[in-house]
Design a protein around this ligand. Structure first.
Ligand code: URA
Length: 446
């Protein structure tokens, strides 16, 4: 029996808790004997004092074994998943999972909710009326076996420690920490029954790791943990300075995914989706190279097999297909505000962090653990970096039900844009490919 206050002090003062001490804290938090205020203090101590690689691995292992580790070995095929470290407008998983499954690679996916200023796959999926992200373990296994793709959240059985700690970190300012992100992501991913993993490590204004060197450190941690646990793990370092794609907000992003699954090409969103998808197809043994995997992904988008797989998955999660087939029938926001440019020039930046915080203010994210999300709230961009605009042209449309935030949010959206008088290139999207052997330049065009 340990003393939780002593453990908090130990971490606060730069000490290294043992496996037994971490088990005591995490199990105690799960069974209610360690209260939220003590866990919050411990998380803040980790935030400032960090953990070395060995401590992070033990922490991940304790998180992983807070629940069951699913065995999917009876399901044929190499099971591959993808996880992003979090961004604004990052809806890649929702296009990619059915797309890769349509290429014949099973994709069992456990995702998270909105975290900090970033959106979460679960909140996006739950904006589809009826969609259940809380399938039981048995249902999870049945859907992956029969459909080839399943997308759920942490449960009481799978990665329960992450379920609770994720929500607590979201509201206690303890998200941007390499060991906490590593434990959170890898405990979910190692629990879900995969053979291989592709990581999307975001860097830039709207990422948890704004500096590239921190993003590299996070990538190397995640890849080393995956590799040590016997899973082939590779990662891509990708740009998160401006929001990805054209929509930020839960249902707005689902509509964008439906459009892309039906063949619409939104360049930055589809470039990231194809590259990550191509890597998954390769790791799943269905192509020799990432490039060949990308070609297969394009094929299933163009022949609609990816869209059909998405529809099949939504049905199996009890989502209402009517809204997938007729997204325009979805209930509308009370306020739908056009944001106009107050200058002429080329867009040189769209501050993803500011857009993420504004989306929370509009109702698309949480400020407290029990806040209810408005699925319609968010922003749709009409212009992105590199586009030329004239004064008075629409930059974006903003959606909310909350009248009192309209003016301030509209100012925040317009001020998130920066301009240049001379033409601007769109930013490099994929900075590098990282695997257990190191960092590799990424040049392949999509
Ligand atoms: N994604 C997760 O699942 N956890 C984190 O901590 C950050 C991003």
């Amino acid at each position: 029996m340990f003393n939780p206050t002593e453990l908090i002090r130990k971490k606060r003062d730069g000490g290294k808790p043992s496996r037994e001490e971490l088990e005591f804290l995490i199990k105690g938090y799960l069974d209610g004997t360690i209260p939220e205020y003590q866990m919050s203090a411990f998380l803040m101590a980790v935030f400032f004092r960090r953990m070395d690689f060995e401590e992070t691995s033990v922490f991940t292992d304790v998180m992983l074994h807070s629940g069951v580790v699913v065995d999917l070995s009876s399901i044929p095929g190499i099971k591959v998943d993808k996880h992003s470290t979090g961004g604004v407008g990052d809806k890649v998983s929702i296009i990619l999972a059915p797309m890769v499954a349509a290429c014949g690679v099973p994709v069992p996916m456990i995702s998270g909710r909105g975290l900090g200023h970033t959106g979460g796959t679960l909140d996006k999926l739950e904006s589809i009326p009826g969609f259940r992200t809380n399938l039981s373990l048995e249902e999870y296994k049945r859907v992956i076996a029969e459909v080839g793709v399943v997308m759920i959240g942490q449960t009481k059985e799978i990665a329960p420690a992450d379920k609770l700690m994720y929500a607590l970190r979201d509201v206690t300012g303890t998200v941007e920490s390499i060991p906490l992100i590593s434990g959170s992501i890898m405990s979910k991913k190692l629990a879900e029954g995969i053979d291989a993993l592709v990581l999307d490590i975001k860097t830039g204004r709207g990422a948890f790791m704004q500096k590239q060197e921190d993003a590299f450190e996070l990538a190397q941690n995640l890849i080393a943990i995956g590799t040590n646990f016997g899973k082939t793990t590779i990662g891509f370092l990708t740009d998160m300075n401006q929001p990805l794609g054209l929509a930020a907000g839960n249902w707005l992003e689902i509509v964008e995914c439906i459009d892309c699954l039906r063949g619409k090409h939104i360049p930055d969103l589809m470039e990231v989706t194809y590259v990550l998808g191509g890597a998954m197809v390769m790791l799943g043994g269905k192509s020799k190279t990432i490039q060949e995997g990308i070609e297969q992904c394009k094929e299933v988008i163009h022949n609609r097999k990816a869209f059909d797989k998405f529809v099949e998955m939504v049905k199996r999660h009890e989502g209402n297909i009517f809204y997938i087939m007729n997204p325009e029938s979805y209930p509308q926001s009370k306020f739908n505000i056009e944001i106009k440019s107050n200058q002429t020039g080329y867009i040189s930046g769209i501050d993803a962090l500011e857009i993420g915080h504004t989306c929370i203010q509009l109702g698309a994210g949480r400020m407290k653990v029990d806040d209810v999300i408005d699925p319609n709230a968010g922003v749709i961009f009409k212009k992105k970096i590199g586009d030329k605009v004239n004064t008075g042209e629409t930059l974006a449309t903003m959606f909310t039900d909350v009248e009192r935030v309209v003016q301030e949010s509209a100012n925040r959206v317009v001020n998130a844009f920066t301009f240049s008088e001379t033409p601007v290139q769109s930013p490099t999207l994929i900075h590098a490919l990282i695997d257990k052997d190191g960092v590799h330049e990424w040049k392949t065009a999509v």
